[in-house]
Write a protein that binds this ligand. Structure first.
Ligand code: SF4
Length: 364
C-alpha cells in the first residue's frame, strides 16, 4: 500500500481504529489504512479523514450481452442486459478470467465516464431489460452500483450483480436490497482453495449465499469454475452440491463452467468437457434440479428441464434459445409445474449477440 494523493466520492462502511488508521468494513479483508493508502482492491482509499471510492462514475466499458452470459438461465431468458464494470477487485484469484479489468492498477483503463442516470437511460434506449454490474466485483464500487441501481429502478430497468459474494454483513444488506438478481461465484469448496488461490475465505461467501436465499427476494444462481487438479475432484463437487442442496434447496441453479489458462495460472490445461459432465451428473444425482455446464458446446447441459415431468422446456445452444415451452406465469407448458425463476410472457430474442456501446451512446 503506497501513500499518495487520492480523490474520489466519499465511501461508506469504515471506522477509525485506536492507532489512527481507518479500517474499511466493506469486505472481510478489513484493510487498515494510513492517509493516502489504497486498499487491496486498489479503488478504495483513505483521503484525509475518510474513505473514498476512486472509480465512482467511471467505467471500463459497456456492452450489451445476452442475460445467459452472466450466467443467468432463469431470469428473463433471452433478454439483453447492459453490462459494465469499473476496475480493481477484492480477491486475488490466480486464475482470474477478467484480469485486464480486475487487476487494473492504472485507472487509465476507465475511459468511459457515465453517471448512474446516463447508464439507466442508455439501458432504456437500447432496449435492455436489465443492467448488470459485472466484469469486476460490484462489492468494491458499492456506492456507484447502488446509485445506478436506483436510477434503473426509477425507469423500470432491473438490476443484476455478478459477484464473488465476499462482503461484510451490513453492506451486504445494502447492496442486495437494490438488486433483482445475482450470480454468485462459489469458487471452490475448501478453505485451502480460497486461501491459496484467492487470498480469501470460503465462509463469508457461504454466508452471502444463505443470506440471499433465506432473507431476500433476490433471484440468484451460482457459478463454479472447475480448474483441473484444484477444485474438480468428485469428492469436492459432491460436497459443494450437498451443501447447496441442504442449505439453499433444490431450486437454486448451479453452473459448472470450463476454465481456460489465464493470468497467473497458465500451466493448467483447459477443463475437459468430461469433467463438466461428471459434475453435472453428481449435482443432479444429489437432487439439484437445475444444473448447467458452461464455456463448452453442450446443448443438453445448457437446456432447462421441468422437474415435474422431465420435459425440456427451454432449449439452448450457447446463448441462443432453441425451444420455449414455458407459460406466461413461468410454468411447464406440458404439466404446469412451476419453474423457479423470473419469467415474463414469452422470451427475449437477443440471441448470442454481444455489442459494445460507445461512450457517446451512454452519455455523461
Ligand atoms: S473493499 Fe477494498 S479497501 Fe475495503 S476491505 Fe475490501 S479490499 Fe480492503
Amino acid at each position: 500500500m503506497q501513500a499518495e494523493t487520492v480523490e474520489g466520492m466519499p465511501g461508506r462502511y469504515w471506522h477509525r481504529i485506536d492507532d489512527g488508521r481507518i479500517q474499511c468494513d466493506l469486505c472481510p479483508r478489513c484493510c487498515r489504512l494510513h492517509d493516502g493508502q489504497r486498499g487491496l482492491c486498489f479503488v478504495r482509499a483513505r483521503a484525509g479523514e475518510q474513505m473514498v471510492l476512486t472509480t465512482y462514475g467511471r467505467s471500463s466499458g459497456f456492452c450489451i450481452d445476452p442475460i445467459e452470459k452472466k450466467p443467468l438461465n432463469h431470469f428473463l431468458p433471452g433478454t439483453p442486459v447492459l453490462s459494465f464494470g469499473t476496475a480493481g477487485c477484492n480477491l486475488t484469484c490466480k486464475f482470474c478470467q477478467n484480469w485486464d479489468i480486475s487487476k487494473a492498477r492504472a485507472l487509465d483503463r476507465l475511459q468511459d465516464i457515465a453517471s448512474p442516470e446516463a447508464i439507466a437511460d442508455s439501458a432504456v434506449r437500447s432496449g435492455c431489460r436489465s443492467v448488470a454490474f459485472t466484469y469486476n466485483d460490484p462489492v468494491i464500487f458499492l456506492e456507484y452500483a447502488v446509485d445506478a441501481a436506483q436510477a434503473c429502478h426509477a425507469r423500470g430497468v432491473k438490476t443484476v450483480a455478478v459477484s464473488a459474494g465476499y462482503i461484510c454483513a451490513e453492506p451486504r444488506v445494502e447492496l442486495f436490497r437494490h438488486m433483482d438478481a445475482a450470480n454468485i461465484d462459489l469458487k471452490g469448496f475448501t478453505e485451502s482453495f480460497y486461501r491459496n488461490l484467492c487470498s480469501a475465505r470460503l465462509a463469508p461467501v457461504l454466508e452471502t449465499l444463505e443470506y440471499l436465499r433465506h432473507e431476500t427476494p433476490v433471484w440468484f444462481e451460482i457459478t463454479t469454475l472447475l480448474i483441473p487438479g484444484e477444485n474438480d475432484s468428485a469428492a469436492e463437487i459432491e460436497a459443494l452440491s450437498r451443501w447447496v442442496m441442504e442449505r439453499l434447496g433444490p431450486d437454486v441453479p448451479l453452473h459448472f463452467t470450463a476454465f481456460h489458462p489465464d493470468w497467473k495460472m497458465l500451466d493448467k490445461a483447459p477443463t475437459p468437457p468430461t469433467t463438466l459432465h461428471m459434475a453435472r451428473r453428481i449435482a443432479r444425482g444429489i437432487g439439484l434440479r437445475h444444473v448447467y455446464t458452461g464455456n463448452i458446446h453442450d446443448p443438453e447441459g445448457q437446456s432447462t428441464y421441468c422437474h415435474g415431468c422431465g420435459a425440456r422446456i427451454i432449449g439452448r445452444d450457447w446463448h441462443d434459445l432453441t425451444a420455449w415451452h414455458v407459460t406466461a406465469d413461468g410454468s411447464c407448458a406440458f404439466c404446469r409445474t412451476r419453474c423457479p425463476g423470473v419469467f415474463e410472457t414469452g422470451h427475449g430474442t437477443w440471441g448470442r449477440r454481444r455489442r459494445g456501446l460507445a461512450v457517446q451512446e451512454i452519455g455523461p
